[in-house]
Design a protein around this ligand. Structure first.
Ligand code: AMP
Length: 496
């Protein structure tokens, strides 16, 4: 671990970092900042939450604030010296905010442009000339086509979240931007995974890059206490409300749904239950999205209900819980989602609601990718929808965990990044849920007895009260004498 003061950054930048209370560099910063400062191209395999924004921003600030011939270099009207391309508006805004924070003591001009809002202020900023522009691809291409953007004096190009650009269909826009860049430049390229198209782009973009890689997607979940609750789709909303009512430690929660419509419905349902909530997704206006984020940051919105695309890159400290209200069909999305909690060095809790259908398959794929069986907390149907059925860890197959069935060497998904992205998940029809084997098998009488004894609360009280579910999720569950989650994981893998 290196301290920032050991890095050759100017005093104003070091002071700004100190005012953020950062002391040591994160691994991606430690690896990327020195070569980037030396002018090298960087190929970074990292995702949000690793500190990668500062990893590319600090060298840019250092470079652009260096005087030439004893004088500060001033960007000319209409020109841009550094361009940071990023997939979502939220991420663009956050990067611009980080530039403002880290560059507070410098006199560099920076601006952010994205679609969905009027272009006039953006065009005005471009006309004045910018040291650093943060942009999403669509609006940038629009403004380029209108002749408002000149890239011929560009010194540094950053492509952030390249794999997400691919997912969101931006890859062609990105290629069109890249085609306009001057040949003489420094390029910094970041992606959480390296599907072929992204690797191909990196190959075209970068010159003898220094490759830096941290926290491959499959291992990012280390600091996160993960659990899954089996619950029919129809019982999920009530379960969510019951949890939120029972557990005050759930104070800043992101709930993920698969669809925009689903996000709206969950948010409305929570509001009706007097739980402050807001939905954030691609159909919301930019103002509504910002208002939701600001309310969430400030604490007036307790639950942010989000779809994947809107949530990507949301960087809000202190997210206590991530609830996967619906499991994603792409296992990497699960890892990105839960990464919204446990930011920087904090820890966090992630709870997945898994129904009886396709989600069982998604869950198995997630466990394969992360190589970690997710702790089964309880099978619960609560409130108006039915009685609770208790099914603690004994329901999990002891010998049939996916990673054990497929040792790493034969298990491509776990090894896939860098290189390949898992194909879209098969449908229920193409992959029978029955293939999951033990997970759906009813417990034998002996196992049922074990379950009963396991879910006894400390005082011998059966753990059927909802508070026990919440306590279990928080790691002090009904069988609170169990070792904490990390040792649980160890124990379970040795069981296999
Ligand atoms: P990022 O991966 O850039 O989205 O950063 C994730 C979070 O880590 C942000 O909230 C940053 O403010 C924070 N962060 C970045 N670098 C450091 C550092 N060296 N020490 C502590 N926190 C950091």
């Amino acid at each position: 671990m290196i301290r920032f003061s050991e890095l050759p950054l100017r005093a104003e930048i070091l002071a700004a970092i100190a005012s953020q209370n950062y002391e040591t560099a994160t691994p991606i910063q430690e690896q990327a900042i020195p070569p980037a400062l030396a002018g090298r191209d960087i190929l970074g395999i990292a995702q949000t939450g690793t500190g990668k924004t500062a990893a590319f921003t600090l060298p840019i600030l250092e470079r652009l604030s260096a005087p030439r011939d004893g004088k500060p270099v001033v960007g000319r009207p209409g020109e841009i010296r550094a361009l940071i391309l990023t997939p979502t508006r939220e991420l663009a805004i956050q990067i611009n905010d980080s530039i403002a924070a880290y560059g507070a003591g410098l006199r560099l001009r920076h601006a952010v442009i994205f679609g969905g809002v009027g272009q006039k202020p953006q065009v005005d900023a471009l006309l004045r000339g910018l040291d650093i522009l943060v942009a999403t691809p669509g609006r940038l291409i629009d403004l380029m086509n209108q002749g408002h953007v000149r890239l011929d004096r560009l010194e540094v190009f950053v492509l952030d979240e390249a794999d997400r650009m691919l997912d969101m269909g931006f890859i062609h826009d990105v290629k069109r931007v890249v085609a306009k860049l001057p040949k003489q430049r420094q390029s910094l390229f970041f992606s959480a995974t390296m599907p072929n198209e992204v690797a191909d782009l990196a190959g075209r973009l970068l010159r003898e890059p220094v490759r830096v890689e941290v926290t491959p997607v499959a291992t990012t979940a280390e600091k996160i206490e993960q659990s899954v609750v089996f619950v029919p789709a129809a019982g999920k909303r009530q379960l969510l409300i019951d949890m939120l009512r029972a557990d005050p430690s759930m104070h800043r929660i992101i709930v993920f749904t698969r669809t925009k419509h689903g996000a709206n419905k969950v948010a409305q349902y929570l509001e009706k239950a007097a739980i402050p909530a807001a939905a954030i997704h691609g159909n919301k206006s930019q103002n509504a999205r910002q208002a939701a984020l600001e309310g969430f940051r400030a604490g007036s919105v307790r639950v942010l209900v989000a779809t994947d695309i809107a949530a990507r890159g949301i960087d809000i400290d202190g997210v206590s819980h991530v609830v996967n209200f619906e499991l994603p069909n792409i296992p990497e999305s699960y890892v990105h989602r839960i990464g919204r909690t446990a930011r920087a060095s904090a820890s966090g809790v992630a709870i997945a609601f898994c129904d009886d259908g396709e989600e069982r398959v998604y869950l198995r794929d997630i466990e394969k990718l992360t190589r970690t069986p997710i702790k089964v907390i309880e099978r619960a149907l609560l409130g108006s929808t039915g009685a609770m059925e208790v099914e603690i860890e004994a329901s999990r197959p002891r010998q049939a965990a996916p990673a054990a069935k497929n040792p790493p060497s034969k298990n491509p998904p776990a090894k896939s990044p860098p290189g390949t992205r898992n194909p879209r998940r098969p449908t229920k029809a193409s992959t029978p849920v029955a293939a999951e084997g033990d997970r759906r098998r009813p417990p034998s009488p002996k196992e049922a007895e074990q379950q009963r004894s396991r879910v006894k609360a400390p005082g011998g009280r059966p753990a059927s009260a909802f508070g026990d579910l919440v306590a279990a999720i928080n790691g002090a569950g009904p069988d609170h004498h169990r070792p904490p989650s990390h040792s649980n994981r160890t124990r379970r893998s040795s069981d296999r």
